[in-house]
Design a binder for this molecule. Sequence first.
Ligand code: DX5
Ligand code: ZN
Length: 226
Amino acid sequence: MVELAPSILSADFSRLADEIAAAERGGGTVIHVDVMDGHFVPNITIGPPVVASLRKATKLPLDCHLMIENCDEFIPAFADAGANWVSVHYEACRHLHRSLELIASHGMKPAVVLNPATRVTLIRDILPMVHHVLIMSVNPGFGGQRFIEFSLDKIRKLVELRQELGLTFRIEVDGGVAHDTVARVVQAGADLLVAGNAVFGSGNAEQNARALLQAARQAGVPADGS
Ligand code: DX5
Ligand code: ZN
């Protein structure tokens, strides 16, 4: 089943609890939290104290996407703050296996993220460890960027790899997921859709989330209705 993970990066930070509630009413079932350090990516966002506040505002899983260099130093703090899923970048982790084990040892679901330029085959050996793989379909750092088309090939490749290895990890896609791209993302095989600008950018977050999810689920239904 395809799920929508609204990214609060494009929300009004002065009204985060309301924004999350609206996205949840619209069908969002996971809250995506973008953590940026100004080193790995050219932007700074939020950290564990904000996650702890979000924890009080929603029961939905908090999906923390760490775009930071020294993730091992912060993973325990995210666990204490109430994070449920933690994803770390292949490109930012010197010892990826260790970082994934650390996340799991704190009772959270570990995941790995790939930048657009990183091949999916590079993570083959650690795939049995992950709850999901996050394919970046923009270069991380900012919301509202244009979807990079070859991400679709990476999703398809990952689906093949999952089948070949007999695994069940989920495939999440992040960046430029919106009305004009969502159908292709779902048809390529993604089942966790991160969307920031398309949900919170303008208009009504509840309606935006509902419409995007509807488009995603329609795209997932075979044309013959079977
Ligand atoms: C970008 C973040 C994304 C971002 C996506 O570095 O990882 O989660 O919020 O934003 P949109 O959906 O606007 O492309
Ligand atoms: Zn993200």
